[in-house]
Design a protein around this ligand. Structure first.
Ligand code: PLZ
Length: 442
């Protein structure tokens, strides 16, 4: 389809990057903002449209990150803006658990429809991905009466104290900020590029680890990202998740797909677990669900979701009227604009354009992805040793030339590409050329 955007979908640089207005803001920022909120590129944005961000100096940059997988429908989508503005003028808050409203119910109905599984599903709406994961933990514990929570190596599940404990790497996400709660376990994942195992072999390894370190009967929930995001776009081998989900069913463990980054059309399916042919018990959604407004959800089997006593879960702003209005607009846009098919188009374009990078550039070990969620793993040439220095050089070159990709990976060595699903093939080509200039220097 042809789309109209309020900003031409072209990269255009009118100053050096960061430009003078960004530099001035950065000077103020270091005096006012905690350095704990580190930034990838100190280029301050003013507005955007589609897959283009416009900075405070008037430069037009290509957004390859969508603000970490949030801007699925593109920046400044007029329907999201209109839905949010109309709702803001009507009613901004009651607290659903005091006096409810329809938007919340409509979002839950839609989530029941689009999440995998042909059974009755219920949802709870909250504000952030971390909060969704926390609630899934509470619900699974209440339902099973068990305590242990399992997540995979390289996982990212959030930054609150509980979810920080479910997040794999100590640095920088956890170091010095513990203790984290007890009964959280990290177990080996399937990482085809690095372990060379089939899905069944990797699943046996994971299950053996669980049996010898934790005990299946202790486990309330097993959390997986069907395609890991922050962990470095790791896609477990075929058959891995189906074996794990069987293992969970056999042992009364709640199988949770954390779809916060990979869900909601990004990978060319409503939810990325669909690529693995597995139906989870619970699904978490966030990020792309509301076009940038804070909203997240836990959705799943009604008997599990209803195990919690009334008043047992909630929160002041969860399922806010404006966020839910934006989410309803997003669902509509995904369907009306065919964004699942657009994600599939982007996968084709990316594979054709960058799929041969491992052959062309000695610093590229692997290119992998699904839909509009790709990773380029950088290694020391001739080895599989992670190459974080190369990643930081590539990011520096890209960002100073008007392309904003993301970093990822436990060793900070994976270039992550997750553009809005409305990005054109021309912009992908232009962004790839900029990244290639940096890859060619190694
Ligand atoms: N689960 C799978 O990807 C968020 C966060 C950015 P929140 N990932 C990137 C950052 O640096 O904190 C994420 C995720 C998965 C949970 C979360 C947490 O979601 O909305 O950031 O709390």
């Amino acid at each position: 389809m042809t789309r109209e955007f309020s900003v031409p979908q072209k990269r255009k640089l009118v100053t050096e990057l960061p430009g003078p207005a960004s530099v001035a803001l950065q000077e103020r920022r270091v005096r006012a903002v905690s350095r704990g909120a580190g930034t990838l590129a100190n280029i301050y944005m003013d507005h955007g449209a589609g897959a283009i961000l416009v900075d405070v100096d008037g430069n037009q940059l290509i957004d390859l990150g969508s603000g970490i997988g949030v801007m699925t429908v593109g920046h400044a989508h007029p329907d999201v803006a209109a839905a949010a503005a109309a709702q803001a003028a009507k009613l901004t808050h009651t607290l659903f658990t005091v006096t409810p409203y329809e938007n919340y119910v409509r979002v839950a109905e839609k989530l029941a429809e689009i999440t995998p599984g042909d059974f009755e599903k219920h949802s709870i709406l909250v504000n952030s991905g971390s909060e969704a994961v926390e609630n899934a933990v509470k619900i699974a514990r209440k339902y099973t009466g068990r305590r242990a929570i399992v997540s995979l190596d390289h996982a990212f599940h959030g930054r609150t104290n509980l979810t920080m404990g479910m997040t794999y790497r100590p640095w920088p996400e956890r170091a010095g900020m513990g203790p984290v709660p007890a009964e959280l376990y990290s177990v080996p994942i399937s990482y085809p590029y690095r372990d060379g195992l089939s899905g069944e072999e990797a699943a046996e390894k994971t299950i053996d680890y669980i049996n010898t370190h934790i005990g299946a009967s202790e486990i309330a929930a097993f959390f997986v990202e069907p395609i890991q995001g922050d962990g470095g776009i790791i896609i477990p081998a075929p058959g891995y998740f189906s074996r794990l989900s069987e293992f969970c069913t056999e042992n009364g463990i709640v199988f949770v797909a954390d779809e916060i980054q990979a869900g909601l059309a990004r990978t060319g399916a409503w939810y990325s677990i669909e690529h693995h042919g597995v139906v989870p018990d619970l699904v978490t959604s966030a990020k792309g669900i509301a076009g940038g407004f804070p909203l997240a959800a836990v959705t799943g089997r009604a008997e599990i979701m209803d195990a919690v006593q009334p008043g047992g879960i909630g929160g002041t702003f969860g399922g806010n009227p404006v966020s839910t209005a934006a989410a309803l607009a997003v669902f509509d846009i995904i369907e009306r604009e065919g964004l699942i098919a657009e994600a599939q188009r982007i996968e084709k374009t990316l594979l054709a354009r960058i799929g041969d990078w491992p052959d062309r550039f000695s610093v590229v070990g692997d290119v992998r992805g699904k839909g509009a969620m790709f990773g380029v793993e950088l290694v020391q040439p001739g080895t599989k040793k992670p190459n974080p220095e190369a990643l930081s050089a590539v990011l520096k070159h890209a960002t100073s030339n008007g392309v904003i990709p993301l970093d990822a990976g436990s060793w900070d060595s994976v270039l992550r590409i997750m553009p809005p699903l409305v990005i054109s093939d021309e912009l992908i080509d232009d962004a790839a050329s900029v990244i290639e200039e940096a890859l060619a220097t190694f």
